[in-house]
Ligand binder design. Structure first.
Ligand code: PHE
Ligand code: ZN
Length: 851
């Protein structure tokens, strides 16, 4: 395995040599690009006196090295270049390097690489060192001037244009930035142009750059960008700060998108959308990610991270901001439910297993392995809690202070919390544990009703996580409301602040024993461990004024039904079915909300819930139980389905807005249920009639779910074979809906196809990611899927370690299952670990998971 050196937060030291300015020249060529860098250092005798100058560099061929024009004879090592202190002047000096790199062979998609004939870069977290020798760390912030030489027509970098001519272009970025925000793009691209007038009257040229032919699919992303820019002005008082803002779509990209200063680079699936090719979910993701990357301009770029342990400083805050934005654009209730579902599916799962780590980790081997649900999504939850604790007005004051105090700096979580302490006068010492301790707290509840006083006793339990066996109590904001038995709210939402292990809260002056709605809006990322009768859950599902808890009551009921069925219950009881029949026909409820409520709990979600309660999930039994539950729901709803489908049929032109999307979601949820009863007739008709991708894909999924749909798959392929993004959906849907005993086989057939371009991360994810997302298929008892996943990880690892490592997290849940499955998964992890030449990325993940 590649060397596994651990980096510790505690070892942080400022960089020895302040760097002011950087001039870069790129002479682009696929096999041999030359990069000339002129680094303007300004020695500071107060900082690390007598220190050597260390530059990071990997995979570079050093051509030339000179200090203030004088050639130097220093030999680089595998990870960089050291200039001995004795060689360094006491006055400002310029270090010039020239290196050669080969973008065409770069399959890791980190540094400068090529995608479909276009040059592009990805530098976060530590990719800039694959471009030139440099202090590649976020606390070194410098102004960049870039010259690109190439015959390609479009040459882009960060900042503002600073001249161009035949075969060259220059860019100047006036804002100091760390190297991870550097970007360069060169290619035969066309733009969808637009412009934006900022609040203070600055005219900004906007462009979305794509391959010719794709311009017609950029309108939604552009609209989302303009709405994001306006929103950040109105809600956070943050204006854009350059003359241009460029977005580029690339087909080969490891992640979703990247916030490079003034030149965001996006995975093309998060830019390109048309009604025929993108689903409503795609549109929603595009809007959210465009916003996310744009919002980074202030939370990430203007104020960046001191070191990579502080990653949540920019990511948690930016996710929180994009969630607020999406809520404002669409529905806060629906957005919150979706976000909590995603948090539970990815972050709670992470917290429950061997990869659990704090929102701010204190050590890592490979930083790329820490772009996790914990850092991002739990990082956002922590900010939501902070806002709830201090209130909206104080939150706004704190944010203004944050921007005023730290603009232009590389900051820490301590800086962030200090801002809140100074703005609000609160002591956040205990709150900080949310950043430093891993694990999902469990909250138990005791109720007492006596002499007109209702008391709630809350107790927090903090499960051990790797390296953190014992934990101190956390500050947990618990939003509570009380309803009286006729459904009226007698106590509007109030936030109880739990700071001790066990604490009681009293509500007085009540005429009758209330029904409590606890953890409204999911006010803290905890598991609420509370035995509630089915009748009370049904009551809350019917009456709760908090939409999140209303959904949650239905979800909890459904999980109980599913668990009972999987444990051998003969039938689905009436409480949940009756509640669903009522809810789905309640036209006062948003169709999107109803669609979410109709969605059955996922099998992985259920397995996690069982495991957390100390029970062993049986994947096959869960799968059968879920199918039976769906059939029972379809039966109970049968009389209502035709009317509902009629009422949610869209007439008129397609719009990706939340209202239409919600109707389609409910319509297609009904279609899925109907297919369980009509042999697929309605879904076949819907597929034939579909005029947008949401409806096509939903009909196809409904058919595959009942073991049909081959003619539709063929028709889909015939129509879309030339479209990479749409074909990703075709690959994925087949794997997601394959029967448990057919899943591995389906993957084998798909991966044998010539168009299974496994070096493209989207295509790899659409098949291999779907393999592990099909819970019953992945955990099929013969272990074939485990073996297949390990085979593919080992094949991808030498080419693209970052994506291989990400996909390996499918194995993180092994401890949940029976000893047979545990043994099979551990054998695959052992096989991975025994492979020679394993990357640091996959090596770290496999080591932690096996541990
Ligand atoms: N910083 C990017 C984002 O969250 C994510 C990313 C990380 C992209 C690393 C590429 C590489 O917006
Ligand atoms: Zn981000």
């Amino acid at each position: 395995m590649t060397q596994q050196t651990t980096v510790y937060l505690a070892d942080y030291r400022p960089y020895s040599h302040p760097l002011d300015r950087v001039e870069l020249t790129f002479r682009l060529a696929p096999q041999a690009t030359r990069v000339v860098a002129r680094l303007h250092f300004r020695p500071d005798p107060a900082r690390s006196p007598g220190a050597d100058l260390r530059l990071d560099g990997e995979g570079l061929r050093l051509i030339r090295l000179a200090l203030d024009g004088t050639p130097l004879d220093c030999q680089p090592d595998d990870t960089g270049l050291t200039l001995p202190a004795a060689l360094l002047p006491a006055d400002p000096f310029v270090l010039e390097t020239e290196v050669e790199i080969a973008p065409v062979g770069n399959t890791a998609l980190e540094g400068l690489y090529m995608s479909n004939g276009m040059y592009c870069t990805q530098c976060e977290a530590e990719g800039f060192r694959k471009i030139t020798y440099y202090p590649d760390r976020p606390d070194v912030m410098a102004r960049f001037h870039v010259r690109i030489e190439s015959d390609l027509p479009v040459l882009l970098s960060n900042g503002n244009p600073a001249g161009q001519g035949p075969g060259w272009a220059e860019w100047d970025d006036p804002w100091p930035k760390p190297a991870y925000l550097f970007a360069l793009v060169a290619g035969e691209l066309v733009a969808l142009p637009d412009h934006f007038l900022t609040a203070s009257g600055r005219e900004v040229a906007l462009n979305i750059w794509v391959r010719a032919g794709d311009e017609s699919r950029c309108a939604y992303a552009m609209d989302a960008l303009k709405r994001s820019m306006r929103w950040d002005e109105q809600v956070y008082g943050r204006e854009y700060d350059l003359d241009v803002f460029n977005i580029v779509a690339v087909d080969d990209f490891n992640m979703g998108a990247m916030e490079n200063k003034g030149l965001n680079i996006f995975n093309s699936k998060l830019v390109l959308a048309s009604p025929e090719t993108a689903t409503d979910t795609d549109y929603e993701r595009i809007e959210a990610v465009i916003a996310h990357e744009y919002f980074h301009n202030w939370t990430g770029n203007r104020i960046t991270c001191r070191d990579w342990f502080q990653l949540c400083l920019k990511e948690g805050l930016t996710v929180f901001r994009d969630q607020q934005f999406s809520g404002d654009m669409r529905s806060h209730a629906v957005k919150r439910i979706e976000d909590v579902q995603a948090l539970r599916a990815r972050q709670f799962r992470e917290d429950q297993g061997p990869l659990a780590h704090p929102v701010r980790p204190d050590s890592f081997v490979e930083i790329n392995n820490f772009y996790t649900a914990t850092v991002y999504e739990k990082g956002a939850e922590v900010i939501g809690m902070l806002k709830r604790l201090v209130g909206d007005a104080e939150y706004a004051r704190a944010l203004n202070l944050y921007f005023a105090r730290h603009d232009g700096e590389a900051a820490t979580i301590e800086d962030w919390l200090k801002v809140f302490e100074d703005a609000t006068g609160r002591d956040l010492g205990q709150f900080k544990r949310w950043y430093t301790e891993a694990g999902t707290p469990r909250l138990t509840v005791e109720e007492e009703w006596k002499d007109g006083i209702y008391s709630l006793t809350l107790e927090q339990h903090l499960p051990p996580t790797p390296g953190q066996p014992v934990k101190a109590p956390k500050v947990i904001p618990v939003a509570v409301g009380l309803l009286n038995p006729n459904g009226d709210e007698v106590q509007p939402t109030t936030v109880l602040e739990l700071t001790e292990t066990r604490q009681s809260f009293r509500f007085e002056g009540l005429a009758s024993r209330p029904v409590a709605s606890i953890l409204r809006g999911f006010s803290a990322p905890v598991v609420l461990d509370r035995a509630v009768s089915a009748a009370e859950r049904a009551f809350l599902l019917a009456h709760d004024t908090d939409p999140f808890n209303r959904w949650e009551a239905g979800r909890a009921l459904a999980k109980e039904v599913l668990a009972d069925l999987a444990a051998g219950a003969p039938t689905v009881g009436p409480d949940w079915l009756e509640a669903m029949v009522r809810l789905v026909q309640d036209d006062s409820l948003d169709p999107a909300f109803r669609a979410l409520a109709l969605r059955l709990p996922g099998e992985d979600d259920m397995a996690a819930t069982l495991a957390a309660a100390g029970k062993q999930p049986d994947p096959a039994a869960l799968h059968t139980a879920r199918r039976r539950m769906a059939a029972a729901l379809a039966g109970a709803l049968a009389p209502a389905l035709p009317g509902l489908m009629e009422a949610t049929q869209i007439t008129g032109a397609f719009s990706p807005d939340a209202v239409q999307a919600g109707k389609r979601a409910l319509h297609n949820a009904c279609l899925g249920l109907l297919s369980l009863r009509d042999g697929g007739a309605a879904a076949e008709a819907a597929f034939a009639a579909a005029t947008n991708m949401t409806d096509s894909l939903a009909a196809l999924a409904a058919l595959l779910e009942i073991g049909r749909g081959q003619p539709q798959l063929d028709a889909f392929e015939a129509r879309w074979r030339g479209d990479r993004l749409v074909m990703d959906k075709w690959f994925m849907v087949q794997v997601l809906h394959a029967a448990p005993d057919q899943t591995a086989r389906t993957v084998e057939l798909l991966t044998a196809r010539a168009d299974f371009d496994w070096k493209n991360p989207n295509r790899f994810r659409s098949v291999i990611g779907a393999l592990s997302a099909n819970h019953a298929g992945f955990h099929y008892q013969d272990g074939a899927s485990y073996r297949l996943l390990a085979d593919w990880l080992l094949r991808l690892d030498p080419k693209n370690p970052q994506t291989a490592a990400r996909m390996s997290t499918a194995f993180e849940t092994w401890r949940r299952y029976d000893s047979g499955r545990q043994g099979l998964i551990r054998a695959e992890l052992a096989r991975i670990l025994a492979t020679s030449g394993l990357s640091r990325d996959l090596g770290e993940m496999a080591t932690r998971m096996a541990g």
